[in-house]
Write a protein that binds this ligand. Sequence first.
Ligand SMILES: [Cu+2]
Length: 159
Amino acid sequence: MASKQLFIIILAAIAVVLPTLAMATEFMVGDDSGWTIKFDYQAWAKDKEFHVGDKLVFKYPTGVHNVFKVNGTSFKDCVVPPANQALTTGNDVITLATPGNKWYLCGIAKHCADGGQKLAITVLPESTAPAPAPTDSANGIAVSGLVVAAMFAVVMVIV
Ligand SMILES: [Cu+2]
């Protein structure tokens, strides 16, 4: 009996965690090229859909490049913000927290202006369902609840 309960608990836990894992995508910026100069990041981003909760990973040799989040004007003119706003680890992970346009650039030398080391993306809301949900979190809970209910139904039949 105890093992059956454990089985149900594990299934329920998987059901709650799974939708979250399936929905969040981690994007390696530039794929195998990473974050560098002379790479067309607009072409890279063109066929991708970015959603709230997804992550951008900027990978580069430490000290060679860095990452600044900027606004549209700074992006266009390659205006580099104060140095203390830079991400510099060489493996910088940015979680896309809000929908809208996001801009990133490298602030080292003329990497942005001359090397084209800049990325602009549009982040879409978490849910892509055609009908607007009241809030994203409420929608997520409803979906999770449905999956749990379905799992329990399956377990009941098995047991
Ligand atoms: Cu750079």
